[in-house]
Ligand binder design. Sequence first.
Ligand code: KMH
Ligand code: ZN
Length: 279
Amino acid sequence: MAHTMITVAPTGAESSKADVPALPVTLDELVTTAQACEAAGAAMIHIHIRDGDAQPTLDLGRLKETVAAVRGASNLIVQLSTGGSVHDGYDLRLRVLDAEPDSCSLTCGTVNFGDDVFMNSWPFMVELYQLTQERQIVPEFELFDLGHVHALNRLLDKYGAPFGGQVHCDLVMGVPGGMPGTAAALVSAVEALPEGATWSATGVGRSTMPVMFAALSAGGHLRVGMEDVVTWARGVAVRDNAQLVERAAQAATLFQRPPMMPDDARTLLKVKDRRGVPA
Ligand code: KMH
Ligand code: ZN
């Protein structure tokens, strides 16, 4: 039976702890979240970290500590965000790889991001991609728009396969400025993906449910979490990340593609085994 890989994106860089008290922002909160989400069916965690004031940071010492803590406390594939917040510069974003995660995000183009701009120039994409190959880190290509899918194909044509050989993508849908979180947009993007690519999808805000069911229908994997949605239903806040993972796991099970275990996800994505290696 085919299985569904569930990625949890628990924090992001956009919501504030003051507005969303359930957001995991400390290392303890993140570790507890990782464990609860693994128990609920997640196989991978997409991590953004916060500083002592709960503000987004790419501090390398904190990133290393986070990788070690989550790796020690769970079996989840540890993916660090190289997107950071819209205010982070390219140099800091490249240095994320020094924390030696299993995987990292790699966004395939610049996109309007609400009132801001999320910058991902072609030279930055190339530099980050080559660094993932050199460091043996599996990139997850973040695709916010159809043009990003085209850019991904160009990247692979020019610079070859990613570390491990498996191309894995995540469609991030419904960002104001990116592609809409609709079944039609999802199908267009999936049709343009490189042959043999695996992919997940996540719908931001209100598009979370349409994207989840469209992704399952189209044979994709799922990403859920409070990075992308903080409202459970109209007027009801999300309780915690595990609640979102539980819902995704239920939906996947209903589709007869139940959650994939982390070890199977490691095999699928060809992740280098760094467990047991001190950070
Ligand atoms: N926070 C967004 C500006 C990623 O993690 O790589 C970028 C983002 C994508 O979340
Ligand atoms: Zn992210």
